[in-house]
Structures are given as structure tokens and as C-alpha cells.
Ligand binder design. Structure first.
Ligand code: TGC
Ligand code: FAD
Length: 390
């Protein structure tokens, strides 16, 4: 069998032995725990049984959170490589890990009190607790600053009212980090716990994408939030948007994993499938696709690796992160769509992972800032002019 090389520019030379060991560990985990069950879970529209504790056991939840809070204390390249390997399995698995790490553990670690860190981070790191992140609302997706969810002062804390929509893991979450405006219009972050009176999490059904991930709403009717559940160190949109930086960075790596899975499947198929008495991989039109896939994967690998180095040095800007998220998700989506064509009719069945990746990536290109919103972020960085609103 012909060896498929996805490290075309010897980017492995830029990784440490520890990075390669981490990647190997997660790759083995995905091969033994995810690949055998993911197709059935996605077809049946259900989450993988016991996924979060399993992710916790390999250190995939909060990899860069310090060990004293249950994290693995790893660097940003390690975090990226973990996301890449998980998304080679399925975007739903990477989503579970990136929401928990970047959108729940990160804000508690960065903006929480010491008591909040000690109470919530260890069970989130082990996967005993499942976290959700509530920013998007029915009337505010790309413009979260317009949020209508409100906090009203009440004896010893706040009353929370409003609703969040399209929330990953909402139906199965134990806690949710929720963003809402206080009476002075400041954006605050609060930790809502399952069981609090007036808190409901209905599931969003009939998705054609991310079918192995639970999505839902977070609905609040006069939910009492004690003062100890308010994140003390944040009071503006910088809070939620900084969490998105971390998650978007992880996605830029994750989708490379999905693209590689599609690429490897397409190369294998193109070498084996015979039409007109020869492998379809011998036809120029198919080779053009494969050559472009490898070129785009290589460019994406370099973009994310460099961004990881900048992140390790504390120098990555939100605009650089937007560029990587936008470019790499689009790269993976195009590769998934065209790989599916290389497989012809076989591309639409669950015997191969491509259609599942393709459907998943239709969400990934929308969440964490849409393809167009990230373009406008780059446009604003170039011109200094805001094209979002008048
Ligand atoms: P704007 O006026 O530009 O900024 C408000 C304040 O925030 C600061 N800021 C950031 N800070 C940190 N990181 C960033 N990325 C930041 N972007 C902006 C900014 O400096 C300013 O600070 P200050 O101190 O001057 O007040 O904000 P805007 O309201 O005009 O909006 C800008 C825009 C459109 C770029 C932003 O709203 C945006 O990114 N919209 C996209 C929304 C989005 O990405 N939602 C994601 C929801 S979570 C999700 O999808 C999870 S999917 C999970 C999964 O399953 O994997
Ligand atoms: P809209 O904002 O209504 O956008 C619709 C279209 O208009 C898009 O193409 C957009 O690019 C375009 N558009 C909007 N504004 C402009 C503009 N100024 N200029 C040009 N074009 C514009 N959110 C969370 O908070 N937590 C989660 O865990 C979470 N998980 C998700 C899981 C899934 C499966 C999905 C699909 C979404 C999830 N989201 C989550 C929500 C996600 O972040 C939003 O869907 C996304 O930000 C876009 O918002 P919207 O869907 O309301 O689209």
C-alpha cells in the first residue's frame, strides 16, 4: 500500500518530542475510542456514551490550565495538536473538548475567584462535570453585544432572565458560563448550575450537522444567581470575546484533522477505484484535486503552528486568530466537499467519514464567528474602518 504523507513540509521538525507524544496519545485514543462508534452515534443523533470522562482521562479537557486546578499545564501547540487529532475523529468530539476547555474552564480560570477555580475546574478537567457557554441569543448571533439576557440585583446576588440559543452541550450540561447585562448595561459572566430553580435546557432537534453533539437552549426565568457564582474579574464584552480567541485558535487546528481524514480517505480511494481500466487517481482531474488538498493542508498547518508560537509568547492578536479560523475552516470544508466527489456515490454513505465531516464543517464555518464576520475583522484591521455596523 502506498504511504500517504501529510507532513509535506516536515513541520514535525518544529514540534518537540513531548508534542509528538501528546499527538500520538490522542491519535491512538481516537482510533480506539471514537472511530469505532462515531458513525453510529452520528446516524442516531446521540452523543458518544461517557465521552467527557474519557476526554478527561487523556488530558484533553483544559490542557493549558495549570495542574493545580486539574489541567495538564501544557502549551498552546499541544492544545492545538489535541484539537487536530480529536477532530480527525469528529468535529463533535473536538467541540466537546474545546467548549469545555476554552469557553468554560478558561473564563473560570481567567476571571473567576479562587473559590470558583477550586470548586469547578477539577471536575471540569476530569469530565465529571460538563460545561456549556451561553453567549448567542435568538436575536443576537453575530452581534452578541446586543444581548437581551439580563441580571437584576437581588438580595445576595442577581436574578437572571432571558434565553440563549444554539448552545453546545446545553441539554447535558452540569454548569453553564452565561453572559448577561447588569442594570448598568455592563456585560457580566455568571456560573449557572443545573438544578437552579427557573433554569431549563431544551434540546435542538433535527440537525443535519454535528449529530454526535447535543445542542440546545439555556432558558432563564428569574434564576437566582448567588454573588459567589458571579465571575468577579470581568465586566465588558472583552470577557466573552477573549474566550472566543482561545476556542477559535483551537478550531484552526481542529479542522486540519478533519481535512486530513478526508484527504487520506480520498487518496486511498483514488488509488483503489478503477474506471476506464485504470485507477481514477491516474486521471489529471483527480490529481489536481489531491494536489490542491495537500497544498492547502500544508498552508493551514503552517498558519496554525505559527499562531501557536505567537500564542505561547502571548503575542497572538484576535485578528490573526480570525484569519486562521476563517482560512482553515474554509480549507477543510472545501476539501470535504471535493473529497466526497472523488468517492462518487460512495461518498454519501457512512462507510466513509467524508460526508459526516462535510456536514459537521457546515456548522464549524458558522459558529465561533461566521466566515464573513472573520473576513470583516481582517478588513477592519487593514483599513481601520468598521464594516459591521453603520
Ligand atoms: P467591538 O466594539 O469591536 O469590541 C468590544 C470590546 O471587545 C474587545 N474585543 C475583543 N477582545 C478580546 N478578543 C476579541 N476577539 C475581541 N474582539 C473585540 C474590543 O477591543 C472592545 O474592547 P473595549 O475595551 O474597547 O470595549 O465589538 P462589536 O460588538 O462591534 O463586535 C465585534 C465582532 C462582530 C467582531 C464580535 O461581536 C464577534 O466576534 N462576533 C461573532 C460572534 C461569535 O463569534 N459568537 C460565538 C459564540 S460561541 C460559539 O459559537 C461556540 S461554538 C462552540 C463549539 O461547539 O465548538
Ligand atoms: P446571524 O448572525 O444571523 O448571521 C446570518 C448571516 O448574516 C451570516 O452569514 C453572517 O455572516 C451574516 N452577517 C451577520 N452580520 C453581518 C454583517 N455585519 N455584515 C455582513 N454579514 C453579516 N453559541 C454560543 O454562544 N455557545 C455555543 O456553545 C454555541 N454552539 C453552537 C453550536 C452549533 C451547532 C451552532 C450551529 C451554533 C452554535 N453557537 C453557539 C452559535 C453560533 O456562534 C452562531 O450561530 C454564530 O455566531 C452566528 O450567529 P447566527 O446563527 O445568529 O447568524
Amino acid at each position: 500500500m502506498r504511504q500517504i504523507n501529510i507532513d509535506y513540509y516536515q513541520i514535525d521538525d518544529l514540534l518537540s518530542d513531548e508534542h509528538k507524544l501528546i499527538r500520538r496519545t490522542v491519535r491512538d485514543f481516537v482510533r480506539s475510542e471514537i472511530k469505532p462508534v462515531i458513525e453510529e452515534a452520528a446516524q442516531e443523533h446521540r452523543a458518544i456514551d461517557g465521552l467527557m470522562p474519557k476526554l478527561g482521562s487523556i488530558g484533553a479537557l483544559g490542557p493549558y490550565i495549570p495542574a493545580e486546578y486539574g489541567g495538564a499545564g501544557l502549551d498552546q501547540i499541544s492544545y492545538g495538536l489535541i484539537m487536530q487529532e480529536l477532530e480527525a475523529g469528529d468535529s463533535a468530539v473536538r467541540s466537546a473538548a474545546s467548549v469545555q476547555s476554552s469557553l468554560v474552564m478558561y473564563p473560570i480560570y481567567s476571571y473567576g475567584s479562587e473559590a470558583q477555580r477550586r470548586k469547578f475546574l477539577p471536575p471540569l478537567a476530569s469530565g465529571e462535570f460538563i460545561g456549556a457557554f451561553g453567549l448567542t441569543e435568538p436575536n443576537h448571533g453575530s452581534d452578541p453585544a446586543g444581548m437581551e439576557t439580563k441580571l437584576k440585583s437581588y438580595e445576595g446576588g442577581f436574578l437572571l432572565n432571558g434565553a440563549k440559543m444554539w448552545i453546545t452541550n446545553a441539554p447535558i450540561c452540569d454548569i453553564a458560563v452565561v453572559w448577561a447585562k447588569d442594570e448598568s448595561g455592563k456585560v457580566r459572566g455568571v456560573i449557572v448550575e443545573r438544578g437552579m430553580e427557573g433554569f431549563e435546557t431544551p434540546e435542538t432537534l433535527h440537525k443535519w450537522s454535528l449529530r454526535a453533539s447535543k445542542t440546545g437552549e439555556l432558558v432563564f426565568h428569574d434564576v437566582f444567581i448567588p454573588a459567589e457564582n458571579v465571575l468577579p474579574e470581568v465586566n465588558s464584552m472583552r470577557g466573552p470575546l477573549s474566550c472566543l480567541n482561545s476556542a477559535r485558535y483551537g478550531i484552526s487546528w481542529g479542522v486540519i484533522g478533519a481535512a486530513i481524514d478526508c484527504y487520506e480517505t480520498a487518496v486511498q480511494y483514488a488509488l483503489e477505484r478503477q474506471q476506464f481500466d485504470r485507477p481514477i487517481g491516474g486521471f489529471q482531474l483527480q490529481q489536481k484535486k489531491l494536489a490542491e488538498f495537500l497544498t492547502e493542508i500544508t498552508k493551514a498547518q503552517l498558519l496554525s503552528w505559527r499562531l501557536g508560537v505567537l500564542k505561547n509568547e502571548g503575542k497572538a492578536t484576535p485578528q490573526q486568530i480570525s484569519m486562521a479560523k476563517r482560512n482553515n475552516v474554509n480549507m477543510a470544508l472545501q476539501i470535504a466537499r471535493e473529497s466526497r466527489q472523488i468517492l462518487g456515490g460512495m461518498g454519501i454513505v457512512g462507510d466513509f467519514p467524508i460526508m459526516r465531516h462535510m456536514m459537521n464543517l457546515e456548522s464549524v464555518v458558522t459558529y465561533e464567528g461566521t466566515h464573513d464576520i472573520h473576513l470583516l475583522i481582517t478588513g477592519q484591521d487593514i483599513t481601520g474602518l468598521n464594516a459591521f455596523s453603520s
